[in-house]
Design a protein around this ligand. Structure first.
Ligand SMILES: [Zn+2]
Ligand SMILES: [Zn+2]
Length: 346
C-alpha cells in the first residue's frame, strides 16, 4: 500500500509499505477514505512529541471495514467507521475506571514504536486494534467530512467542556482557537454556556470561532490577554477557562482569569513542564483538569452531528489527495493561507 513515512531527520515521504492485516481477534482492517493532518503529527515529525522514527503517520480517519477478527462484534465488513486516534483496550484495570489514556495495552496511531507500534492513517489501509472499543459506525446519512474529527479533535474539545464542568449560564473563555479550541467553542453550545470568548492570534480562526458559536473573540496581539477577555465578558471572571494552546502565556492567563471556585481545563498539550502559579490556584480553590482526548463518547458525538447539533466542516479549509500530502504538511505546519484543517482523501 501507499503510505506517508516519517524518517529520522523529520523528513516525510510517500512510500510503498506492506499491507497491514488482521493479526488479533479484536482487530479490524480498514480501507481508509479520508484523513487529515493534526498538530500532533507535526509535533511527532519534529520531535516536540518524542518518538522513535520510521513510522507511518496520521491518526484521524474515516474508512470502510474490509476484514474483521474472530472476536469483533460491533462492526462487519462494509461498515463505514470513524476511529479513535488514541488506542485503548477498554477492559484493562485502567480502562475500566475510565483512565483510557493510561491503558496498559494502548498507544497512539501513527506515532511509531514509542507509542504502541500501531499503524497510521496517512495510508491506504489500517489495522485497528480493540475495534469494538476504538471504532464507531457512521450512518449513511452522514458523509466522511461530517465525522472526520470525531476520533480526535472533536472528542478533545468536547472533553475540555466536560472536564471543566461547564453548566448552563456559565461564562467560558477558550484560549487558543486552533482546531481543538474551535471544537471546544462549538461544543460549548451543547452545555449551555451564556458567553464564549475565544482568543487567537489569527483572524481567520477568530472568524471561524464566531461562526461556530463564540459570542466574542479577542486578539492576544492587541494587549494583555486577561484584560481583553475580561473586557469581552463585561468584567465577569470566567467560570471555566479551557486552555487549548499549551503555551506558557496561555496557561498563565488561564490561571489568572478563572474565577475563584472555577475550573481550568487544559487540553492543549504543553509539550514540556510549564510553570503554574499554584498558590494563586490554591487561594482561589480552582479545579484543574487536563489530558488527551477522552474517546468514550464517539457514538454520542456522531448522533449529535446527525441531529444537526454539531457541524465542524467550517474547520476544513483545504482539500487534497494522499498524493499531495507532503505539500499539505508544509502548508499546515507553516500555517499558510489561513489553514485550519486539511482534509486528505485517499
Ligand atoms: Zn491529533
Ligand atoms: Zn486498557
Amino acid at each position: 500500500m501507499k503510505a506517508l513515512l516519517c524518517e529520522d531527520d523529520g523528513a516525510i515521504r510517500l512510500a510503498e509499505q506492506p499491507d497491514p492485516r488482521v493479526e488479533q481477534p479484536g482487530d479490524v482492517l480498514v480501507r481508509l477514505t479520508l484523513t487529515t493532518i493534526c498538530g500532533g503529527d507535526v509535533h511527532l515529525r519534529h520531535g516536540v512529541i518524542p518518538a522513535e522514527k520510521h513510522f507511518v503517520m496520521g491518526h484521524e480517519y474515516v474508512g470502510v471495514v474490509e476484514a474483521v477478527g474472530a472476536a469483533v462484534e460491533t462492526v462487519v465488513p462494509g461498515d463505514r467507521v470513524v476511529g479513535a486516534a488514541i488506542i485503548s483496550c477498554g477492559v484493562c484495570d485502567r480502562c475500566r475506571v475510565g483512565a483510557t489514556q493510561g491503558c496498559r495495552f494502548g498507544g497512539i496511531l501513527g506515532a511509531g514504536r514509542s507509542w504502541g507500534g500501531f499503524g497510521g492513517t496517512h495510508a491506504e489501509l489500517l489495522r485497528v486494534p480493540f475495534a469494538d472499543h476504538t471504532t464507531a459506525k457512521v450512518p449513511d446519512s452522514l458523509d466522511d467530512e461530517q465525522v472526520l474529527f470525531v476520533g480526535d479533535i472533536l472528542s478533545t474539545g468536547h472533553y475540555g467542556a466536560r472536564a471543566g464542568g461547564v453548566a448552563p449560564g456559565d461564562v467560558v473563555a477558550v484560549l487558543g482557537a486552533g482546531p481543538v479550541g474551535l471544537c471546544a467553542v462549538h461544543c460549548l453550545g451543547l452545555f449551555g454556556a451564556s458567553q464564549v470568548v475565544a482568543a487567537d492570534l489569527e483572524p481567520e480562526r477568530r472568524a471561524i470561532a464566531r461562526r461556530l458559536g463564540a459570542t466574542a473573540t479577542v486578539d492576544p496581539a492587541d494587549g494583555p490577554l486577561t484584560a481583553a477577555v475580561l473586557e469581552a465578558t463585561g468584567g465577569v471572571e470566567p467560570d471555566v477557562v479551557i486552555e487549548c494552546a499549551g503555551s506558557a502565556a496561555t496557561l498563565a492567563a488561564a490561571a489568572e482569569l478563572v474565577r475563584p471556585g472555577g475550573s481550568m481545563a487544559v487540553v492543549g498539550n504543553p509539550g514540556t513542564n510549564r510553570e503554574l502559579p499554584l498558590i494563586d490556584l490554591f487561594n482561589k480553590a480552582v479545579t484543574y483538569t487536563g489530558g488527551l482526548a477522552r474517546l468514550d463518547r464517539m457514538p454520542e458525538l456522531i448522533r449529535l452531528i446527525d441531529a444537526g447539533r454539531l457541524d465542524l466542516r467550517p474547520l476544513i479549509t483545504h482539500r487534497i489527495t494522499l498524493d499531495e500530502i507532503v505539500a499539505g504538511f508544509e502548508l499546515f505546519g507553516e500555517r499558510r493561507d489561513g489553514v485550519v484543517k486539511v482534509a486528505v482523501s485517499i
